[in-house]
Write a protein that binds this ligand. Sequence first.
Ligand code: NDP
Ligand code: BG6
Length: 491
Amino acid sequence: MAELVPVEPFDIVIFGATGDLARRKLVPALFHRWCDGQIPANSRIIAAARDDLSTDDYIKRAEEMVLGDGSSETRAERWSQFVAHLQYVAVDATGDGKGWKELAAALDSNPDKIRLFYLALPPSIYGSVCDAIGQHGLNTTKSRVILEKPIGHDFHSARTVNEAVGKVFPENAIFRIDHYLGKETVQNLLILRFANTLLEPLWNSNGIDHVQITVAESLGAGTRASYYDRAGALRDMVQNHLLQLLCLVAMEPPTSLDADAVRAEKLKVLRALRPIKAETVSKSVVRGQYDAGVSLGQPVEGYADEVGQKTGTETFVAIHGEIDNWRWAGVPFYLRTGKRMQSRRSEIIIQFKPVPHDIIQADAGVLQPNRLVIRLQPDEGVKLMLMTKDPGPGGVRLRYVPLNLSFAETFEQGYPDAYERLLMAVVRGNLGLFMRRDEVETAWRWTDGIIAAWHDGACPLHHYPAGTDGPSQAALMLSRDEREWFDADTA
Ligand code: NDP
Ligand code: BG6
């Protein structure tokens, strides 16, 4: 039975409180944790942005996002109690702008109370906001800063941001969010690998043929198109979410689950990623962009129309990655992510080596290699695909069946959303679910290499209709290696 342990009282300042992330994810996450009794009564939420709003105005805006149209009476009642903890302050978060005095007054003066600064802001101003926090003396020894991804848009800008933030906050007070690390199944990856003896002996190039990591979205760039068009799928998804998943699959066993022990092992994986160069980019990377099509039964426009102009930004990317170390030599890690794909699904598929010698007669059916399928969303779960005999008379007929652990069925009461878990982890000071500076910068070095190779080598942008699994070239990339992409249902 899951146990909810309340955290210590805290004050949280959400800079960028009128933005998409704050309204869609952060305020609802805090509300849900409060409803579950995890947030103590004397905690406070200070919503900060530049708009001149009253607290009541802000609450009305937030309410639309949290309660929507059809909320139950109990939920509405809980919301009206929750908002007693909420206050809005109009602040220009950079420099000497307005509102800092009011912000200081809104914060608890007790220096021992945990204080969080959540920067749901454009990353370009992270440094100046931290500087302003320091200048106004708001940074107590119990303060923590939470930085949203992306940290910078390449290695150099990430380093600049990290240095600026590091002048005000020590590394152990900096929580760099990758919300994938807060997902239930992602956390379970460590347990699956390191709390069972079964998998570890096979978890290397002797036992594993290849790994596939897919994060597919059915949505398009939508309201975030102006940000997305500057980022693209590689910066938006691969540099962080997909590489974090790859690290958790590929890392060596850490000495403990201590944050730095885990992060040190992830860093070694990132450092061992083979650089993709201009000479190899056309074989190792496929870039795509969606055109108009049909998504989830509805006609939708193409990406360029959403952005309002012709653009070369990729909304899909597939990569053949290699990890140059003893454990993974020769094992491809295929990464794939895209918007407006057939369905929303994030999954990791580990394909084991085939049996060394086939003793089953040919007419019994096709002998398939074992696959471990880890589904992160939706319908979270893990299944191990095994060959068995179809029961009953009539000779041997092979059947490929799952040994199934569906979390949705097993844990009926559900579990908190990633942002809920991550916010509580920051209050607890648990850095293990966040990225360390060197991880972020090393991940950028690798993705920067790919971007440079795109410019120097041949890596055309292939178009795909919205609502499909990306350009056919992604399938070709695997078929050249005599492999194919799977999804959790077809694996
Ligand atoms: P939005 O553009 O929707 O919101 C940005 C917010 O920042 C607004 O509230 C804006 O309010 C505020 N802001 C901008 N400049 C200042 C300033 N000088 N002082 C005070 N407030 C300022 O962005 P998102 O909410 O989408 O994203 C925020 C961050 O989270 C970004 O770094 C983004 O990359 C990241 N992120 C977002 C995700 C999402 O799903 N939205 C997912 C993952 C990461 P105002 O202009 O009124 O001051
Ligand atoms: C964000 C990206 O980090 O993750 C978005 O910026 C993307 O573009 C989102 O849509 C996907 O998150 P999730 O949890 O819905 O898979």
